[in-house]
Design a protein around this ligand. Structure first.
Ligand code: GDP
Length: 443
């Protein structure tokens, strides 16, 4: 979850409001103060915070709730609307109109540019586009191998030459190469090693002239907080066709500062990076982002994610149904854990369920690769009946399974504990909400 800390703080400010008996001026001021504190702690620029919270306070005090809504609901709506505006208001999705569409990515070394290029290539491939990636980073020969390693498992070709020293030539040659290959999208990765942003922008201009990209995408490190403002502004002034990917929003205490600073320049944020894995890239939509941040749930986002999951066929509709209803056995659990391993945390999906918010314990849904391998070995020694009805596994069965699999009884118990923990977790979910959702998905 991106900006988890900020989300929790905002969520608790709104919960406090929801719990208060009356909503008067003092209550509103307190909520506004809590929001201010949360945003400043996330490194959002103080001036921007004051502007935002002043608007929230003014609207909350002056506007009447619409018919059918309570004062509290109205205030939550105002906070949601103003935060959404604060982060750019409307989603500005990446458009692939022409074939091939050429994208040029730039960004300072360490910003997560190379990783983001790979993520973006995979993101587009998942949506049915044929993608080619060009590495024109002459400063860091490793970038070419890094891209190849990340993309080869998905059959995405990378063009480059670690020996070549002319970045413009490399970019040009790579684009020409893929033009002859009938791809839909060509993503060009450029060098990120410049002491000054001016050097970075100069190279961007030169490559731009050579390859005439449809869009230049700047990758900005979300951990730099509000400093992202100057970077984004310099970039925006240098090119009228820019968009931005803000990376490392998972776990960064300053991510809120970075996102709001970039939004303040008016440059469109199209994607955010939310982890190190290739699937950890999200199309950025301020509305969806804020509703998730506030813990209001997000059916739309959930739908999209589920669709993606189903497309990958890692999890079938039946699996999801079982999973969401808590009716799954050990075999299902293994399939789910394995699928999560492949496609990123299902926790992300579950966080989008309204009302679920932050209540998921990490270790209930995340299992390391090595552990998963051990689980597989243990499960190979179970009978079909045991896999389908784990509740019959008593102590003598545990001993037999441990012996058969060459593991220990403690390990077998651990596997069973994990299973029980997951089952319990899904059982404790709000049944009414789950049922509503299941209906929506025609489960
Ligand atoms: P480059 O020098 O800009 O090309 O940066 P890299 O793509 O090599 O990334 C630098 C480091 O940041 C690597 O360790 C990446 O795994 C990490 N990284 C990139 N994007 C993200 C992200 O969204 N979240 C996290 N946690 N790490 C990221």
């Amino acid at each position: 979850m991106a900006l988890e800390k900020l989300g929790k703080a905002l969520n608790s400010a709104l919960k406090k409001l929801a719990r208060s008996k009356t909503v008067d001026e003092a209550t509103i001021k307190e909520v506004v103060r809590d929001i201010q504190r949360a945003l400043i702690q996330a490194d959002v620029n103080v001036r921007l915070v004051l502007q935002l919270t002043k608007t929230i306070e003014k609207r909350a005090l002056e506007e009447e709730p619409p018919a059918g809504a309570s004062k509290k609901e109205h205030i939550i709506q105002i906070v949601y609307e103003e935060l959404t505006k604060f982060l750019g208001k409307e989603a500005k999705p990446l458009e692939i109109k022409e074939k091939p569409t050429v994208l040029l990515t730039v960004g300072i070394q360490g910003s997560g540019k190379t990783t983001s290029v790979a993520k973006l290539a995979r993101h587009l491939q998942k949506r049915g586009y044929k993608v080619g990636v060009v590495c024109s980073d002459t400063w860091r020969p490793g970038a070419y191998y890094q891209l190849k390693q990340l993309l080869e498992p998905y059959g995405i070709e990378v063009s480059g030459d670690p020996e070549e020293k002319d970045a413009v030539k490399l970019a040009y040659k790579g684009v020409e190469y893929f033009r002859g290959k009938d791809v839909d999208v060509i993503i060009v990765d450029s060098a990120g090693r410049h002491k000054e942003e001016s050097g970075l922008i100069e190279e961007m201009k030169q490559i731009s002239q050579a390859i005439k990209p449809h869009e230049v995408i700047l990758v900005i490190d979300g951990t730099i907080g509000q400093q992202a403002y100057n970077q984004a502004l310099a970039f925006k002034e240098a090119t009228p066709i820019g968009s931005i990917i803000v990376t490392k929003l998972d776990g960064s205490a300053k991510g809120g500062g970075a996102l709001s600073a970039v939004a303040a320049t008016g440059a469109p944020i199209k994607f955010i990076g939310v982890g190190e894995r290739i699937d950890d890239l999200e199309a950025f939509d301020p509305k969806r982002f804020v509703s998730r941040l506030l813990g209001m749930g997000d059916i739309e986002g959930l739908l999209e994610k589920l669709e993606e999951l189903q497309k990958q066929q890692a999890v079938s509709e039946e699996d999801l149904e079982k999973f969401l209803k808590g009716k799954f056995n050990l075999k299902d659990m293994y399939a789910q854990l394995e699928a999560m391993q492949k496609m990123g945390p299902l926790k992300q999906v579950l966080q989008m369920i309204p009302g679920l918010g932050y209540s998921l314990p990490d270790d209930a849904v995340r299992v390391g690769e090595e552990k998963l391998r051990r689980y597989r070995i243990i499960m190979d020694s179970m009978t079909e009946e045991e896999l389908e009805h784990p509740e019959i596994i008593n102590y003598s069965r545990i001993k037999r399974i441990a012996r058969g699999s060459g593991t220990s009884t403690a390990e077998v118990r651990e596997l069973l504990n994990q299973y029980n923990q997951m089952k319990k977790m899904f059982k404790s979910m709000d049944k009414r909400k789950l049922a509503k959702m299941a209906k929506r998905f025609n489960f």
